[in-house]
Design a protein around this ligand. Structure first.
Ligand code: ADP
Ligand code: MG
Length: 312
């Protein structure tokens, strides 16, 4: 099977929303009038971001999920994506699984595959997503204000728990491993929540490298600091483990961390309910720079929770 047959068979589908999809030199997109384009890329490299033997359908899902998570963090509505793929060889069963997992998530979010590039090489998946957001309403990292509440969606730490179990460093009962593994391999990007938070959240980010580090990006961009309630944060982890280290710096969670003024508490709860996504208040933005940890009784908690950095 050649390059073009491969694209035709696994990745080419009739364009629905896009003006022009796969098959020409460029795809053509027509954003809605009054909307701004939101664009983001994420690359997944074998050995770095996933194990070589991971289920290809789960990998297809995750490759798009991590990109949709960036759109979610901006409050954008997904439109389309491109896929740049390096493959060591043409493995039809693998491609079938990969494209099925990828396109199922794409369909679930109305995000169409409109183009890409295919080449031979070590397995590498790079996706660029395009979304749209009403002009001036994108959620940014830079809007947090002293006094704002800090929230996290869903749960944290289980992806890291699964990774430790798969590496043989932690023992988990089967049911628990399956649950944690689903969080690692099939994250559900919080797209509906991101959109529901437009006009409510003062800042937002998606948690890919760990809560402490990613919240740190909000603090830096906003020129503020924060106090986190470690008991509330620990409550974000499912049964088993409950390790603050996994919650604060586990990574691969693909939840949203966001801030909102205290006057918006009801609106935040309503946004969570509307999106069907639990949101938990875990701390407060403060003027003094830095991240301070304390338990529910206000006793300081020590910890140097570094987030993941490819070059550190
Ligand atoms: P060009 O040489 O003009 O860059 P290609 O020959 O690489 O185009 O690709 C032909 C068409 O197939 C283009 O529309 C391109 O966007 C699309 N395409 C290539 N690889 C993929 C892929 N992995 N997924 C989706 N579309 C792809
Ligand atoms: Mg061309």
């Amino acid at each position: 099977m050649g390059e073009f047959d491969l694209i035709e068979r696994f990745f080419k589908r009739p364009a629905r929303r896009a003006v022009l999809g796969v098959g020409d030199d460029c795809a053509l997109l027509q954003p809605t009038a009054g909307m701004q384009l939101a664009v983001s890329s994420d690359m997944l490299v074998e050995g770095r971001h996933f194990f070589a033997d991971v289920d290809p359908a789960a990998l297809g899902h995750k490759a798009l999920a991590v990109n949709l998570s960036d759109l979610a963090a901006c409050g954008a509505t997904p439109l389309a994506f491109t896929l740049a793929l390096a493959l060591p060889r043409v493995d039809e069963a693998w491609l079938q699984g990969f494209s099925t997992g990828l396109l199922a998530l794409a369909d679930a979010h109305g995000c169409e595959l409109v183009g890409g590039d295919t080449t031979q090489g070590p397995l590498n998946i790079c996706i660029t997503v395009f979304g749209e957001v009403p002009r001036g309403q994108a959620l940014l990292r830079s809007g947090a204000q002293p006094g704002d509440d800090i929230y996290v969606s869903g749960t944290l730490g289980d992806a890291r728990l699964a990774l430790e179990a798969l590496r043989g460093r932690v023992q988990l009962p089967d049911g628990e491993l399956a649950r944690a593994r689903a969080r690692l391999e099939r994250p559900e990007p919080r797209v509906a929540l991101g959109q529901a938070l437009r006009g409510i959240a003062s800042s937002a980010i998606d948690i890919s490298d760990g809560l402490a580090g990613d919240l740190g990006h909000i603090l830096k961009a906003s020129g503020v600091g924060a106090a986190l309630n470690t008991d509330a944060a620990l409550g974000l982890m499912g049964a088993g483990g409950k390790k603050l280290e996994y919650v604060l710096s586990g990574g691969d969670d693909y939840e949203l961390a966001f801030t909102a003024p205290q006057s918006a508490r009801q609106a935040v709860d309503a946004a969570g309910a509307q999106a069907g996504t639990p949101v938990t208040r875990i701390g407060q933005i403060q003027q003094q720079p830095g991240l301070r940890l304390a338990d529910a009784q206000g006793r300081p908690v020590e910890g140097n929770f570094r987030s993941f950095d490819h070059f550190a």
